[in-house]
Design a protein around this ligand. Structure first.
Ligand code: CMC
Length: 437
């Protein structure tokens, strides 16, 4: 790296074949690795860069979430995730992600009222559910129903209008618990519960999920606090697969509801949000502590596709700070529910212990991630495994919409259009059917 006369850092790339040099600016963020600005690279050299999985590529400038994967640090707008989980509430974190600062008391009250007032969905939207099979995966329902929101809320789909963008964000955050709870109710054949605006965000979600019209439902404050914490822990995580999907979908000018539906689809995969469901299935399959060595052996075997679900992360090469809080929450919830012997927790804790001391996991820096303990908590709270990723989507909606909004408001934003290293056939003449061998 060298510095220009006006004090700007640059790096120079030399083509060893032609001797041609190109100098590119180095951009520095407020914290974290600097980036080489390669925007002019192709025009200057005729080369593209090649980075499958974007392991070394920054796709945007962002001021929302910062992760230091080596140190296990996660900050939202500068605030550490463990402090937010301990001292804040999910609606407050939503406000923070959307607006950049923690709300004042007045802003907090106003935002709370907005979320409560937007919690109902258009009555006709309820008819969508009956079009799905009862045994449909709730994530399939979420993709469909959230995608359909743009057909009901036309008045907040003009992405050029800042007021409409804000209303769309509020609608999505406020309606997601209602839509998610309805997906659950549909699967168990119970009537949908209308939201109750006297309840907090987390309480309301638990009420709409587990309440019925037949009897009063009393929300357990320890469980609603745990639910709120789980939502906070999943609220945002910078440019992960689903967030990048939302940004890429939005870069073409698509409306926010369609973009969030795209994010939900990406989140569903087992390498991403679907991992919490996969962790529980894995723990159930392990079944007992004495089978752990066998499972660890399989995870280490190069010829076996099996991976320890809930372990490893593209960015964290240290303990995922969210997993730390999740582990504590797990113990709190089980204690509150009087679950003294949870075999799955015993298996999880033993698995964690063994993996953290096994050279394979230590050398590859594979630590438990956010999904490792969340499934045990959610199961104890009464959620079926198929709902786990839905809860992730519900909580991540604020991150997605904040990142989408930031992208739309970024003056350098362009339609996302990666290039490729083409390795297929070059131009060749068409062969008529009767001449093909
Ligand atoms: N079990 C066993 N080996 C693993 C695991 C695992 N869970 N994760 C990574 N490895 C090995 C992998 O085989 C590879 O070994 P080698 O270098 O010898 O080929 C090395 O570690 C690096 O793995 P990678 O696949 O190149 O790493 P990645 O950054 O592309 O993948 C990951 C990250 C999260 C997809 C991966 O660790 C994984 O599949 N974990 C299990 C699924 C999971 O828990 N996902 C939730 C992620 S956190 C929540 C979220 O973001 O949605």
């Amino acid at each position: 790296m060298t510095q220009t006369e006006d004090g700007n850092d640059t790096v120079t790339l030399i083509d060893n074949k032609t001797g041609k040099q190109v100098t590119m600016p180095v951009l520095h963020g407020s914290v974290g690795p600097s980036v080489i600005d390669i925007r002019k690279l192709y025009a200057a050299t005729g080369y593209f860069t090649y980075d499958p999985g974007f392991t070394s590529t920054g796709s945007c400038e962002s001021a929302i979430t910062y992760i230091d994967g080596d140190e296990g640090v996660l900050l939202h707008r500068g605030y550490a995730i463990d402090e937010l989980a301990k001292n804040s509430t999910f609606p407050e974190v939503c406000f923070l992600l959307l607006n950049g600062h923690l709300p004042t008391a007045a802003e907090s009250t106003e935002f709370d009222v907005i979320l409560r007032r937007h919690s109902m969905v258009h009555e006709q939207l309820t008819k969508f559910y009956s079009g799905f099979r009862r045994d449909a995966h709730p994530m399939a329902i979420m993709c469909g129903v959230v995608g359909a929101l743009s057909a009901f809320y036309h008045d907040s789909t003009d992405i050029e209008d800042p007021v409409e963008r804000k209303i769309a964000a509020h609608r999505l955050i406020a309606k997601m618990p209602t839509i998610a709870a309805m997906a659950y109710k549909y699967s168990v054949g119970q009537p949908f519960m209308y939201p109750r605006n006297d309840l907090t965000y987390a309480e309301n979600f638990l009420y709409m999920t587990f309440g019925t019209p037949c009897e009063p439902y009393k929300v357990n404050p320890i469980l609603s606090k745990a639910m709120d914490k789980i939502f906070i822990l999943h609220a945002d995580h910078e440019q992960n697969a689903s967030t990048s999907t939302v940004r890429l979908a939005g870069s073409s000018g698509a409306n926010p509801f369609a973009c969030i539906a795209a994010g939900i689809a990406s989140l569903w995969g087992p390498a991403h949000g679907g991992a919490n469901e996969a962790v529980l299935k894995m723990l159930e399959e392990i079944g007992s502590v004495d089978r752990i060595p066998e499972i660890v052996r399989r995870a280490k075997d190069k010829n076996d596709n099996f991976r320890l679900m809930g372990f490893g992360h593209r960015v964290y090469k240290n303990y995922d700070p969210r997993a730390q809080v999740m582990r504590e929450t797990c113990h709190e919830v089980l204690a509150e529910l009087g679950i003294k012997n949870e075999p799955l927790l015993d298996i999880a804790m033993e698995l964690e212990k063994i993996a953290l001391s096994d050279p394979y996991f230590v050398e590859k820096k594979l630590y438990p991630n956010v999904d490792f303990y969340s499934g045990i908590i959610l199961k104890a709270m009464g959620f079926p495994t198929s709902m786990f990723t839905v809860l992730f989507a519900l909580a991540r909606t604020v991150g997605w919409i904040s990142q989408w909004k930031e992208m739309i408001e970024d003056p350098v934003q362009k339609i996302g259009r990666p290039r490729q290293l083409f390795t297929g056939e070059n131009k060749r003449p068409f062969v008529p059917l009767n001449e093909r061998g």
